[in-house]
Structures are given as C-alpha cells and as structure tokens.
Design a binder for this molecule. Structure first.
Ligand SMILES: Cc1cc2nc3c(=O)[nH]c(=O)nc-3n(C[C@H](O)[C@H](O)[C@H](O)COP(=O)(O)OP(=O)(O)OC[C@H]3O[C@@H](n4cnc5c(N)ncnc54)[C@H](O)[C@@H]3O)c2cc1C
Length: 169
C-alpha cells in the first residue's frame, strides 16, 4: 500500500497497515522533521465522549448526547449526506468507545481538565457541543503525533528516503 502524506491521517493509516503485517510506503513532500504535518503544530485537543476526565469534572455525557449535538451542527438533510452521516455515526461511537483506551495503550495521555471547544449555542438541541469534550493531549500536538510516528518508525521496513531516521518530538 502507498500512503501519500505523513500528516496524522497518513501516519495512522501507515501504522495500522504496517502493524497488520503488510508493507507500506509513506510518501511525504516535506523533509523528515515535518513528520506529523499540522498535528505537530496543533493543540492536540481530542473529541472524546463520556470519559473518566469528564466524570471527574461532573460532566454528564453519552454517545446519544454527542450524536444529538453532532446532528444539530451537521444538519444532514441531503442525499449526498449519506456517507458523511455514516462516517459521523461511526466516529461518535469510536469517540465514546475504544478511542481513549486505544490511544492510552500507545502511551497517549490527556490533561485532566476538559475544555469546551466548538461550544455553539450551549443547549443540546442546537449546534455545537452541549457539554465540554475537548480533551487536551499531554504534550499537545507532538504528544498526538509521537505514538504513531514511533509505530511507523518501529516497523521492520522503516527507513526514510534520505536514509536518516528523524524523531522531531
Ligand atoms: C495551529 C493548529 C492547531 C490545531 N489544533 C487542533 C486541535 O486542537 N484539535 C484538532 O482536532 N485539530 C486541530 N487542528 C487541526 C488538525 O491538526 C488537522 O486537521 C490534522 O492534523 C490534519 O491531518 P491530516 O493528516 O489530514 O493533514 P495534514 O497534517 O495537512 O497532512 C497532510 C500531509 O500531506 C503532505 N502532502 C500533501 N500533498 C502531498 C503530495 N502531493 N505528496 C506528498 N505529500 C503530500 C503534506 O506535506 C502534509 O505533511 C489544528 C491545526 C493547526 C494548524
């Protein structure tokens, strides 16, 4: 498989393919120190639903509430919204399910204060997140990139075109 772009999307895809025992070529136009793309520069805020961090702060959340909030913002109402809607449904289930434990198993950690990004109007029947769900990665953007870059670089076939290993975090 060939993955074009070593931003977070490309790194995740390449890591999963490599860990499945398949050979993958990850093509990136930028030099190795740009591994992770925008995610390296990002705040590392992740959408997670019904987490221990939220419960510790007294925030009551659920997959149903998150889906209601998502529908309030996305307003899927056209035929061509079918696949975006299916993707969103799967993503909300992932964010309320295995996303946190999957990341934790790779060493990812979150700051214990949950933020409230994309707040919208506040109520659960309007647009935006009706409760705080913005979980800030410990180490911000580089902390999001690191587990996936590590997995890609640990793959048996890992080498950069220049022959140099690069660990920008
Ligand atoms: C300052 C900042 C803060 C942010 N904060 C957050 C946040 O807190 N929470 C959040 O969820 N999101 C945040 N984001 C957004 C998030 O970082 C991005 O949506 C995400 O990282 C995009 O990942 P990506 O892999 O899809 O794309 P990119 O990171 O853009 O990666 C694409 C890669 O493909 C390469 N590429 C493109 N074309 C080619 C080609 N033809 N050949 C080879 N390589 C190519 C590019 O060089 C790049 O490395 C933030 C973004 C920024 C800039």
């Amino acid at each position: 498989m060939i993955v074009v772009g070593a931003g977070l999307a490309g790194l995740v895809a390449a890591a999963e393919v490599a860990d499945a025992g398949k050979r993958v070529i990850l093509l990136e136009q930028e030099p190795p120190q740009s591994l992770g793309g925008q995610a390296w520069w990002s705040f590392g805020g992740l959408f997670l639903v019904d987490t221990p961090e939220q419960r510790r702060m007294g925030i009551k959340d659920s997959a149903d509430l998150a889906w209601q909030d998502w529908l309030g913002s996305a307003a899927f109402d056209r035929d061509e919204d079918l696949w975006p809607r299916r993707w969103a449904e799967a993503y909300v289930q992932f964010a309320a399910g295995e996303k946190r434990s999957w990341l934790r198993a790779m060493g990812h950690r979150v700051f214990p204060v949950v933020g409230w990004a994309e707040r919208g109007g506040g109520p659960a029947d309007g647009h935006g997140n009706s409760v705080p769900r913005f979980h800030i990665t410990w180490g911000t953007g580089p902390g999001v990139v690191e587990p996936f870059a590590r997995r890609v670089q640990a793959s048996p076939w890992s080498r950069s075109a220049s022959g140099t290993a690069s660990t920008p975090w």
